[in-house]
Write a protein that binds this ligand. Structure first.
Ligand SMILES: *Cc1c(COP(=O)(O)O)cnc(C)c1O
Length: 391
């Protein structure tokens, strides 16, 4: 008999009833050090007082009105994002894949309105992940995500990550947009080198192509800048955001320049919940905490500590681990053994990591993790690695 919850996930055997900062707690009091943070969602950890207050205050005032009316919290959050980024305008969604939907629609509408209605092609890269909607799976294109789901949304060209020649050959005046994650998350924490992102921007400028960056996982302070593309010093035309921006409340956004967004006039897109008062009140609180030079400097400092300790972990477990990569609090450790075995051994050692493609375990801790917790986390990973090596 089918489970009452549609069985699309294979879940680990833990059930958490409470969260405190970087810790998740089961009903019997067992405490896990959480290096997954709800897949880079709980950017400020669990039950951060500023977020709890923002949500509770808004919950007592007004939950939902629909986008038929003005929503002040949405206006404030949009202004904050516009002030902090390349963008001139913001649309709020409830998730990353909805941000992908709009990014695709926006890019195509842009060219349609310019009289180039057949300029619909969007270039994406293997190993990418843009969510599970029809546009999201078509964009990523992997067999694992698309097989069995019938005719896919057309117009995507999938290239090998890092294949410059293929990219140069594929980009043309038929290309509406290039969509890429500055750091691939699900793909195994594969950063796009700064030089490549600069090269992509140049290529886009050469052909007038729109550059869409998917910062759903790597954005909102995760890499030590507010957005990951800032490291390369280039700006996109359109950017997808979600995960960390809501700190655990379902919230996403598409940020765009005035030019890129020019086709999206009244009636061309909408969302019942998108940008609702609860989500935006929390989003404002998240951004106020993260978008300060002091907070981001701390993320970078602690990132150095984490990386140094991970190098030590690899050195003392050379049969289990191969290398570390990533930036900020977005680290991937490539394994020599099966990554799932390390993740499972981590559960036994009360530490939570997230598997990714390319046989990597992902560490995406709360940006607020302390030095002491970083030390404890790596000690527990060491314990897990020793257990895997022995098995
Ligand atoms: C998680 C993720 C998405 C999809 O977000 P959902 O909120 O699950 O729809 C899209 N892009 C990237 C890079 C992601 O990591």
């Amino acid at each position: 008999m089918i489970a009452s919850v549609l069985p699309t996930y294979s879940r680990a055997p833990m059930t958490f009833v409470k969260g405190e900062g970087s810790w998740l707690i089961e009903a019997d009091g067992r405490r896990f050090l959480d290096l997954g943070a709800g897949i880079a969602v709980n950017a400020l950890g669990h039950a951060h007082p500023a977020l709890v207050k923002a949500l509770a205050d808004q919950a007592g005032a007004l939950w939902h009105t629909s986008n038929l009316y003005h929503i002040p919290q949405q206006q404030i959050l949009a202004d904050k994002l516009v002030d902090a980024t390349f963008a001139d305008t913001v649309f709020f969604t409830n998730s990353g894949t909805e941000a992908c939907e709009l990014a695709v629609k926006m890019a195509r509408k842009y060219w349609y309105d310019k009289g180039q209605e057949d300029r619909v092609e969007i270039i994406t890269f293997d190993g990418s992940f843009h969510g599970r909607s029809s546009a999201g799976i078509a964009a990523a294109g992997s067999e694992k995500m698309t097989k069995g789901f019938g005719p896919l949304l057309g117009g995507f060209t999938h290239l090998t990550f890092g294949d410059h020649d293929a990219l140069t050959a594929a980009a043309s005046n038929k290309t509406a947009a290039i969509m890429v994650e500055p750091v691939q998350g699900e793909g195994g924490i594969r950063p796009l080198p700064d030089q490549c992102l600069k090269g992509l921007r140049d290529l886009c400028d050469e052909h007038g192509i729109l550059l869409i960056l998917d910062e759903v996982q790597c954005g909102v302070g995760r890499t030590g800048k507010l957005f990951a593309h800032e490291w390369a010093g280039v700006e996109p035309d359109i950017m997808m955001v979600a995960k960390g921006i809501g700190g655990g409340f379902p919230l996403g956004a598409v940020l765009a320049t005035e030019d890129a967004a020019s086709g999206m006039t009244a009636g061309t897109h909408g969302s019942t919940y998108g940008g609702n008062p609860l989500g935006c009140a929390v989003g404002c609180a998240v951004l106020d905490e993260i978008n300060t030079p002091e907070f981001l400097a701390e993320v970078n400092r602690k990132s150095g500590l984490l990386r140094q300790k991970l190098e030590g972990l690899i050195a003392s477990n050379p049969d289990v681990f191969e290398s570390v990569r990533g930036a900020g609090m977005m680290m991937g450790v490539k394994c020599k053994v099966t990554n799932i075995d390390v993740v499972n051994a981590g559960y036994d050692a009360d530490v939570l990591t997230v598997p990714a493609a390319d046989n990597v375990i992902r560490l995406l801790p709360a940006l607020t993790i302390t030095d002491e917790e970083i030390g404890e986390a790596v000690a527990r990973l060491d314990q897990a690695a020793k257990a895997v090596a022995k098995a």
